[in-house]
Design a protein around this ligand. Structure first.
Ligand SMILES: [Zn+2]
Length: 222
C-alpha cells in the first residue's frame, strides 16, 4: 500500500492526466490525496461556479477512488501572478502530512500558466533532501494544454512511462462525466472522443489497448 499525491492545477486535470492510473492505485489499495491549486472558475464566473467545480471534483474523486480532495484556492489562470514560494508552501504542508511515496503532476511545458506553476511548485516542494518520502515523481499530459504548446516554444512532452488503463477506461470516462460542463464537442482536444483517442494512441505506442503516458521526473530505487 502506497501513499499517492496528485497535484493538479484545476478540477478535471487529474482525470484528464491520470484518471485511469489513479483508479489503478485505488484498486491496489493505495491511499490517494488530490490537491487542486487553482479553483478552475474565477477567470470566468463567480462563487457559485467555484462551488460547482468543487462538487464536480468530489464526484470525480468518488468515481476514481480518491480518498481526500483538497482545494488551495489560488485564482484561476492567474498563478503566474502568485509568488512561487506561496504555492510551494501549500504543497510542502500537504507533503509533510500525507508523506507521499508517489507524486503525479503537470508537465512543465504546458500552455496553461497554472499547469506550469504546479509543475514548478512540485519540483521545489519535492527537492530530494534526506528523509523526504518521495520515491517517484511523474508528469502527465492534459489534452488542450500540453499539445497546445508548440515544442519550439516550451519543452515538449516526451513520455517514457506508460500505464495500461484498458481495464480502467470506463471509470476514467465516468469520472470525466462529472466535468461534463468542461467538455467540448469533437474534434476539440477536450472532447470525450479525443480523450479516448489519446488513450488508444498512447496504448498503441506500447502494444496495449489503452494507456496513460508520463514523463519520469525522478525515480529513486532504494
Ligand atoms: Zn488545467
Amino acid at each position: 500500500m502506497a501513499s499517492v499525491l496528485v497535484v493538479a492545477a484545476h478540477p478535471d486535470d487529474e482525470v484528464l492526466g491520470c484518471g485511469g492510473t489513479i483508479a489503478r492505485h485505488a484498486a491496489a489499495g493505495d491511499e490517494i490525496t488530490c490537491v487542486f491549486l487553482a479553483d478552475g472558475a474565477t477567470s470566468r464566473e463567480g462563487e457559485d461556479d467555484i462551488r460547482a467545480r468543487e462538487r464536480q471534483a468530489r464526484c470525480a474523486a468518488n468515481a476514481l477512488g480518491i480518498g481526500e480532495v483538497l482545494f488551495a484556492g489560488f485564482a484561476d489562470n492567474r498563478m503566474d501572478a502568485v509568488a512561487l514560494l506561496d504555492v510551494v508552501r501549500v504543497v510542502e504542508k500537504i507533503i509533510a502530512r500525507v508523506r507521499p511515496e508517489i507524486v503525479y503532476t503537470h508537465h512543465g511545458g504546458d500552455l496553461n500558466v497554472d499547469h506550469r506553476a504546479a509543475h514548478q511548485a512540485v519540483l521545489t516542494a519535492c527537492r530530494p533532501q534526506p528523509g523526504q518520502p518521495m520515491r517517484a515523481i511523474y508528469a502527465f499530459e492534459v489534452p488542450s494544454s500540453t499539445e497546445w504548446a508548440p515544442p519550439t516554444s516550451l519543452p515538449a512532452f516526451a513520455p517514457t512511462r506508460f500505464v495500461d488503463i484498458a481495464a480502467r477506461l470506463k471509470q476514467k470516462r465516468a469520472a470525466l462525466e462529472c466535468y461534463a460542463a468542461e467538455m467540448r464537442a469533437w474534434p476539440h482536444a477536450r472532447s470525450f472522443e479525443a480523450v479516448e483517442a489519446l488513450a488508444r494512441v498512447r496504448g498503441a505506442c506500447v502494444g496495449v489497448e489503452a494507456a496513460e503516458a508520463f514523463m519520469v521526473i525522478r525515480e529513486i530505487v532504494a
